[in-house]
Write a protein that binds this ligand. Structure first.
Ligand code: SF4
Ligand code: SF4
Length: 136
């Protein structure tokens, strides 16, 4: 048979009933405002990290919704948590919290006790400072 340089595209239907949703359920519990997301892409358009890399926050949270977790943890490391996306979101989704909690869930960290690494560092510095003050 002659080949004309094109072929039938693979189906890209997504059956949400087949997706194991425990991670998404957890995320929605931690960030209820994510239920209001309409997938407009405003977050991606305004993203500081997206301006310099191929980081695409809407693609990432959409993949998370679909249970396509491969590589997401690594990709999320590009986010600087600057919060610009949060300011432009027309639905008031708390994107910074969404990103932090996606990272927690993907890393399998206990979501009750986990705190961002930066806070840990600040706590350690404060503890050190307190020790020093006690000695003076
Ligand atoms: S800007 Fe808000 S509503 Fe639009 S895709 Fe991003 S999170 Fe969803
Ligand atoms: S918080 Fe992250 S996703 Fe949002 S604009 Fe800043 S770098 Fe982009």
């Amino acid at each position: 048979m002659n080949k004309f340089g094109f072929s039938i595209s693979q189906g890209r239907q997504i059956n949400y009933d087949e997706i194991k949703s425990d991670k998404l359920d957890k995320l929605l519990e931690l960030v209820p405002s994510y239920k209001w997301c309409i997938g407009c892409g405003g977050c991606t358009a305004s993203c500081s990290a997206g301006g310099f890399t191929d980081f695409n926050i809407r693609r990432i949270h959409t993949a998370f919704q679909r249970g396509q977790y491969d590589g997401l943890e690594e990709k999320l490391k590009s986010c600087m948590l600057c919060g610009k996306c949060l300011l432009v979101c027309p639905r008031g989704v708390n994107l910074r919290s969404l990103i932090i909690n996606m990272r927690r869930i993907l890393a399998g960290v206990d979501v009750v006790t986990w705190r961002p690494p930066r806070e840990d560092r600040i706590d350690k510095q404060l503890a050190k400072q307190n020790e020093k003050n006690k000695r003076i």
